[in-house]
Structures are given as C-alpha cells and as structure tokens.
Write a protein that binds this ligand. Structure first.
Ligand SMILES: [Zn+2]
Length: 420
C-alpha cells in the first residue's frame, strides 16, 4: 500500500498505520463481562474511549479495523521496562522515550512505566524529569496525524535503596540507604508511581510510609528479606514483588524467605520475567498456580538491546553482553532481558498450559489492578480507554490500538473505510 491509498485520518509512519478508528471487530473478546459473542463493537472515536457494543459491524460509522478472525484483549501494560530498540530510560532524552514507546506497540503494549536503574541521584533525577517533560509534550502535541506509541504511565524507580546482598545487575557502586530528601526530590521531578526497594534495610520503613502517602506503589525486590520481614512489609502496604525469584531471598521449606512470602500471600502481586532464562518453566508454572492470573504480573525487564542485534550494550553504566537471548554482566549475572511482553505471554502460556482465556489478565488486568488504574485501562468496558490489542490464534500481535488510534497494524488490509 502506498501513501496515496490511505487518506484523511490515516497515514503511515515507519511502515505502520496511524489512524483513528470508529470501531473494530473480533471473533473472541476477553477482558469484559459484556461482550456479545460473534459481534462487533464500536469505539467512541472522540476522546479515544470504548463505546457501545453493536450488533452489526455496518453500524460502525467510519474507519473499521477488521479483526473478525482475531482475539481482542486489553492493551498490554509493562510495569518494568528499562529500554528497547537501542534506547534506555536512563538516556534521559525525549528521543529515547519516543523510541521505546514506538517499539512497544509492535508487541501489543499500550502503556508502560519507564523504569530507572540504581544510579547516582543526579542521573536518576534527570531520567525522571525527562519523563515528566515527555508526558507533557506528548499529551499537548498529539495531533490526529501524529505517530502513536505506547503511553508512558509513570516512572518505576528500581533502586537505589536495595540490598547490597542482592544487587543482581544493579550497579553496586550506587546502592545506598533510603534517603527521604532524595525521594522527595524525585517525587517533585516527575510522575513517580512505583519504587522497588529492600524493606529490611535500615530506614526503609519510613520511606515505605512516605511512598504510600504519595500514592506510590512499593515493590519489594533486590532484597534479602526473611519471610517475617517480607510479611511485615506486606502488612505495611508493600503490594508487589519485582521479578519474583530473581535477586531476592529464595524459598527454603523451613525459612520461606522473600519468595515464600510472595507466593503464599494473596495481598501481593508477583512480577515475573517469563523468558525461560530467568526462571525455569516449571517454576513459572508454580508461580502461576500460587498467584493465579490476576496476581501474576508479566514484565519484560527489557534493556536497550531488545529488538537489536546481539552484542555489547550497557545498563546502568555496566557492560552487558547479549548472546543466545540472554543479557549478562561479564561475571555471568543476568542483566535484564531482551524479552517483549507478547513473547512473555506465549512463553507463560506454554509453561502453565493456560489457554488465553485464562492467561490474558497477566499482561493487562493484573498490572492495572496492581497500579490502581483498572477503571481506566486493563479491561474492555464502555468508557474505559480504547487501549486494545488484537491477537491471532497463536497469540501473535495483529494490531495495537492506543486511545482509539491504530498504533501498529501487521496486515494493512484490515483497516477498512479510510480511503474514500
Ligand atoms: Zn529491572
């Protein structure tokens, strides 16, 4: 298709369509309680919200996305992602965030939390301020014909207040005790929505209180917390675990550790890097059984090497080598991933044996509930944002719709009614 074939309301950017649509069709819909089977449904174009269910697709007045052979699920949300496509959140440039945002829609992601790494206060502050600038810019300047990417939903601070015993690939040079002053400055600089910390460290408790008062979700991770310490943290309001099993005190049957607390307590959501490298498929299956689909939060933990050729990269000023799909520091420590959320979903389904009807919440609803934004995203209901992902029968991404606009489209023929 050349540019002449798509007119007003639809243009091509980087080979993918950008169009406001008035509706779409799907064979099967998950993520709702009110989907009439085998019917099409309309999106209110205005404001990018989900509209009413319609009985006939011809009732859709305007551009239509044909997904009659597809499965519609809520748009994916990544709460833990450092970078992609050669860009990293720590670059602290709008160009890098734009690169990540455009890359993610190719993999079904409609929203993400820009995740920092353990770094100097100055570098972290720059990254957070950059997210604030980027959000202001993309909200005010997004015209109908401008390219659409995944929305930045906020900042996830991974560290620096973590345990020196479990740094993982976080730069140990910058691991430090909690600082209320630093944290306050970060809160003032941008939309900080979550922080990964080690709850057993001295001073963590007051930082947890401070975070919760500011409506920041507290996530335990890179932690040596015993079972009791982790339970105390959950009692205090910690509600999520960062990449469960990785960089935390493991499970022993007489000292269940951080892992035991996360798996046995329904109050906490469990992030999982489902790439088959960070966690064995059998253990992914155990996590699925313990947490269920609405407490399992699939994450990518992707770094800038994602979507790039294998080779040498960096993360938090540490050198990373990507080989055979694994990212490692020179000493062999795993350093993030080159995973995408659609691949994570397929790998998690393979590990658990769950069909999509069971597994779909692990990429959207769980995240939305964990972050307290499930009235807006993570489900398909009238009035929610039209952030949607169309999958084929093998859970490959066919199309990604952000705010009622097509951000990624695998098959151009599916976009109907745009040329007149
Ligand atoms: Zn990470």
């Amino acid at each position: 298709m050349n540019n002449d074939e798509m007119t007003a309301g639809a243009s091509k950017v980087n080979g993918t369509a950008v169009a406001g649509i008035s509706g779409l069709t799907a064979r099967t819909v998950f993520g709702t309680v009110a989907a009439p089977p085998g019917q099409s449904f309309a999106l209110a174009c205005d404001g990018g919200l989900i509209g009413a269910w319609l009985s006939e697709e011809r009732e859709v007045d305007g551009p239509l996305l044909d997904g009659t052979d597809c499965i519609l699920v809520p748009g994916f949300i990544d709460v833990h992602i450092h970078g992609s496509g050669g860009a990293d959140v720590m670059d602290a440039t709008p160009e890098s965030l734009a690169t990540i945002s455009k890359f993610l829609v190719r993999h079904g992601v409609t929203g993400f939390y820009a995740t920092t790494v353990t770094a100097s206060h100055g570098d972290t502050l720059a990254a957070v301020s950059n997210v604030a600038r980027f959000c202001r810019h993309t909200c005010s300047d997004a015209g109908v014909d401008s390219p659409v990417g995944a929305r930045v939903l906020g900042v996830h601070l991974e560290g620096p207040y973590i345990s020196g015993k479990f740094p993982g690939a976080q730069n140990p040079a910058f691991v430090r005790p909690p600082s209320a002053n630093e944290f306050e400055e970060l809160l003032g600089a941008g939309p900080v929505r979550m922080i990964t910390l080690a709850p057993e460290e001295e001073g963590a408790q007051s930082l947890i209180e401070m975070a919760l008062e500011s409506d920041v979700r507290v996530v335990l991770g890179h932690t040596a917390a015993t079972f009791d310490e982790a339970r105390t943290a959950i009692d205090a309001g910690v509600s999520q675990a960062t990449h469960t099993f990785n960089a935390m005190k493991g499970l022993h049957h007489r000292e269940p550790g951080t892992v035991g607390a996360v798996l046995s307590d329904d109050r906490i959501y469990a992030q999982l890097i489902a790439d088959g490298i960070h966690v064995h498929p059998a253990v992914m299956r155990m996590l699925g059984r313990c947490k269920g689909p609405t407490r399992t939060v699939l994450i990518s933990d992707a770094i800038r090497a994602t979507g790039m050729p294998e080779g040498r990269y960096d993360m938090g000023r540490l050198p990373v080598v990507v080989r055979n799909g694994a990212c490692r520091l020179p000493d062999g420590t795993l350093a993030g991933s080159v995973l995408t959320l659609d691949a994570a979903l397929r790998s998690f389904m393979a590990a658990t044996g769950w069909p999509l009807v069971q597994a779909w919440p692990t990429t959207s609803l769980s995240q939305a509930q964990a972050m307290g934004i499930d009235d807006e995203v993570g489900r398909i209901s009238r009035g929610a944002r039209a952030d949607l992902t169309l999958l084929d029968a093998t859970a490959q991404v066919v199309a990604t719709v952000v705010g009622g606009r097509v951000a990624f489209l695998r098959d151009q023929w599916r976009l109907l009614g745009t040329a007149d």
